[in-house]
Design a protein around this ligand. Structure first.
Ligand SMILES: C[S@@+](CC[C@H](N)C(=O)[O-])C[C@H]1O[C@@H](n2cnc3c(N)ncnc32)[C@H](O)[C@@H]1O
Length: 283
């Protein structure tokens, strides 16, 4: 006799237990995202109909995704999408999975843009294009350019911009180690690589195995941040904004390099109360 199909709650509980045993950091949350993605229901709806049976076809797809997650493939790569600051983006191993801390960076920039209707944004190390696409979607008259050394990242960023039908963003290959910027910008934002090799070795397997290493590791942690600051000294207009995501303790190295060229230097904490962002204005 065929077994009756499992209910939403049974699937959530069994899959959560499976992922917990595999050491996945937030197993229940990941299972909810998978079930919600496959069944095309909102996460809250899963609990409103927790006793209902789940179609066998859906059950098989859910099992396949949960097994992948058990192998520590990042959820965002399994789903192929990520929600970044309310914006849906394609996500795969061509670029870094955009992080929640970086969503907060876009909020901080939006607060500082205020009522300024137009200008030029530069996103250095744009990856999936997450920061630039989010900012240019809300600020439609701003002109955005995202630069990255990785051609794979540029491909993904272009795919994301086309998906959102954005006409005001462009992406281009660029290496800040060997090239000069061509324009002067109103805002330069960057979330560059800022982990030391030791920090990278200590990271979760999802990070080490699936995020591109070029997106994460910088010699001593601060080498790339210093390069970005140097570019901003020549290519940010007077009173323009530089906004950086940084690693822990980096302000002690970075602020002395900024003081002669920037004012209103703010160090801002992330949601875990760690000093994560430096935002300043050009003198
Ligand atoms: C931490 S990721 C940030 C990606 C994206 N901005 C985000 O916040 O999700 C850093 C990015 O910098 C790029 N990058 C690393 N070295 C670079 C260089 N020398 N010139 C230009 N881009 C570089 C990497 O390819 C990667 O996409």
């Amino acid at each position: 006799m065929n077994k009756p199909p499992l209910s939403f709650l049974e699937i959530i509980n069994l899959s959560t237990e499976f992922l917990r045993k595999k050491g996945v950091p937030s197993p229940k949350c990941d299972v909810e995202w998978i079930v919600s993605f496959i069944t095309k229901k909102k996460r809250v709806e899963l609990y409103l109909e927790f006793e209902n049976p789940v179609d066998l076809e859906y059950q098989n797809q859910i099992r396949e995704f949960v097994i992948k997650r058990g192998k520590r493939i990042p959820l965002q790569h399994i789903l192929g999408k990520v929600n970044f600051a309310g914006v849906e983006l394609y996500c795969d191993n061509r670029a870094l999975i955009p992080r929640p801390e970086t969503e907060y960076l876009t909020e901080l920039i939006n607060e500082r843009i205020g009522k300024k209707l137009s200008g030029k944004f530069l996103d250095l190390g744009t990856g999936s294009g997450a920061i630039l696409i989010t900012l240019c979607k809300t600020n439609k008259l701003w002109d955005g350019i995202g630069l990255d050394k990785s051609s794979d990242a540029i491909d993904l960023a272009n795919q994301n911009a086309s998906f959102h039908k954005l006409k005001n963003v462009h992406f281009k290959k660029f290496d800040w180690d060997n090239q000069k910027l061509e324009n002067v910008y109103d805002i330069i934002v960057s979330n560059p690589p800022y982990l030391s090799i030791e920090e990278w070795k200590d990271a979760e397997s999802e990070v080490r195995l699936y995020d591109p290493k070029i997106a994460l590791v910088s010699t001593g942690g601060t080498t790339d941040l210093i390069k970005i600051i140097e570019h901003a000294k020549t290519n940010l207009r007077k009173d323009g904004i530089i906004a950086l995501e940084t690693g822990l303790g980096h302000k002690n190295t970075l602020i002395p390099k900024m003081e002669n060229h920037f004012y209103n230097i703010e160090v801002i904490k992330d949601f875990s109360n760690r000093e994560r962002f430096i935002i300043a204005r050009k003198k």
